[in-house]
Design a protein around this ligand. Sequence first.
Ligand code: NDP
Length: 270
Amino acid sequence: MDHYRVYGNPIEQSKSPTIHQAFAKQTQQEICYEKELVQLQQFSEVVSQFIKQGGKGANVTAPFKEQAYKLCDHLSERAQLSGAVNTLSFNNGAIFGDNTDGVGLVQDLLSNQVVLRNSRILLLGAGGAAKGVVSSLLAQKPDLLIIANRTQAKAQFIVDQYPEENIQSSLYNEVAKYHFDLIINATSAGLTGDSLPIPNQAITTNTVCYDMVYGKQLTPFLVHSKALGAKKVIDGLGMLVSQAAESFAIWRGIKPSTQEIMKQLRAELQ
Ligand code: NDP
């Protein structure tokens, strides 16, 4: 039986084992997929140990995606562009890195009928999750993509990786001068209960608000957006399931359907 892991800190809340076991059942494959809490300084050590034990691959979540990127011998083009890796594959002692967050996000937005072409998008955050989705968002040809972060230099660093002229960085308190069709929260602020300091005027009745975080209750960002009359609010459960399906396809060569597990997880969250 092939063994896989998901690494993060924290990791207790991770649904990835449930999702991958469901994909395995659906596609009639035998795999073992487990979550593992990794201490901040021990990521590379934990990965090497798993490779020695014959592990086949791993997902990587916050805060290790940038460390995972540095660990790889080979990178997919989208991982190279994003500087962050969420999918590791181990083959003959070599580590291959890919990033399926962007394609997962775009698939989920499109399946929620969000129009991306010619749209004006605000991406909040400049950590591993934000880096991972920029190339996929740009591939949808928006009019404008603004990346805002508490530390603007980190947002500008991402912008500098791309030759496109429709991408810019900003501070949170300066985004109100634009009108956005879509605002995506890719920060971990919701996890700590902190709300984001973006001006209320940035969210109008034409704005779809998306939070990469999901949970039993709406996240603070989505509660705030709803109260301001946002056109639609969407949490990150669909992104989670779609990025997992892409990782599964990389490892197993077969793309599972996401509908059933999506329904199951949504019901569990009610
Ligand atoms: P990182 O730790 O790499 O980055 C964290 C980001 O959040 C940084 O931009 C940081 O800003 C910002 N931030 C943290 N706290 C605050 C705060 N109080 N106020 C404002 N900004 C804050 O994490 P990731 O990028 O890997 O993950 C971000 C979130 O996205 C996580 O909650 C993760 O669970 C979620 N996620 C969901 C996925 C899904 O499939 N649904 C996939 C990937 C991620 P600064 O740089 O200034 O410190």
